[in-house]
Design a protein around this ligand. Structure first.
Ligand code: MF3
Ligand code: CO
Ligand code: CO
Length: 251
């Protein structure tokens, strides 16, 4: 899981210099696909992924731009200055999954969009910092929800973090809202993702007719960051780290 996590993060490192005005999301997908398959020897987990009630996902990465919340399908859309885009990478290496995403600012981005991305990053880390044996999943959700709402934002409820291992999405569900002390008690050895989706406006979402892309109902911008996290004997270890990982925010 450490190796899979590092490799997923290294795909984000690889794609970073390409995320510029003028590139299409489809080109980002092709570049990442070829890097995973030809350079890393990893399998892009999204490609043909078909959970119950979904058509097979047609691409190797997710690219969610501006008011797209998650699961944006790469295609002909060309990024322009002022866009913010989440790129979500899941690789399979030797049967194990690593799942991570980051926000990217394209060209010159508004101060509001920068703030949304920065606070969502801090929300993810507030959640990660709750992870230790004996803590509860509700402690993670509560920490994330508290900062997001105090900042004037809302938390998407329909999607959550998830256990991960030899399967992409496993139990438990890791909600990004909740009450301290509620839910599953954490034990050393558990591995799950923390991946808050934070909307600048209302929490409500809609699914597009492509069967995958999730957007905010009010078309307000949305941001997301994701790490895969191991519960250790004395706290946590973030598995999706690499040379290019942004540093954790000050505690
Ligand atoms: N990577 C996403 C997650 O964090 C799931 C994407 S499913 C896909 O759970 F099929 F859209 F790729
Ligand atoms: Co995930
Ligand atoms: Co993901």
């Amino acid at each position: 899981m450490r190796i899979a996590g590092r490799l997923a993060s290294e795909v984000l490192d690889f794609i970073t210099p390409h995320v510029r005005p003028g590139i299409s999301t489809g080109e980002l997908d092709r570049l990442c696909h070829d890097y995973m398959v030809d350079v890393q020897g990893t399998i892009p987990a999204p490609l043909n992924y078909a959970p119950p009630g979904h058509t097979p996902y047609p691409k190797s990465i997710c690219t969610s731009v501006n008011h797209q919340v998650c699961h944006g399908i790469p295609g002909d859309r060309v990024l322009k200055s002022g866009d913010v885009v989440n790129i979500d990478i899941t690789v399979i290496k030797d049967g194990y999954h690593g799942d991570t995403s980051r926000m990217f600012e394209v060209g010159n981005v508004s101060t509001q969009a920068k703030r949304l991305c920065a606070i969502t990053y801090e929300c993810m880390w507030r959640g990660i910092r709750m992870v230790r044996p004996g803590a509860h999943l509700g402690d993670i959700g509560h920490a994330i929800q508290t900062l997001a709402e105090a900042s004037g934002y809302s938390i998407v409820r329909e999607f959550c973090g998830h256990g991960i291992g030899t399967r992409f999405h496993e139990d438990p569900q890791v909600l990004h809202y909740g009450r301290p002390g509620a839910g599953v008690k954490l034990q050393a050895g558990m591995i799950f993702t923390i991946e808050p989706m934070v909307n600048a406006g209302q929490a409500r979402i809609r699914q597009l007719a492509d069967g995958w892309t999730i957007v905010t109902a009010d078309h307000s911008p949305s941001a997301q960051w994701e790490h895969t996290v191991l519960v250790t004997e004395d706290g946590h270890e973030v598995l999706t780290v690499s040379a290019g990982s942004p540093p954790p925010p000050p505690a």
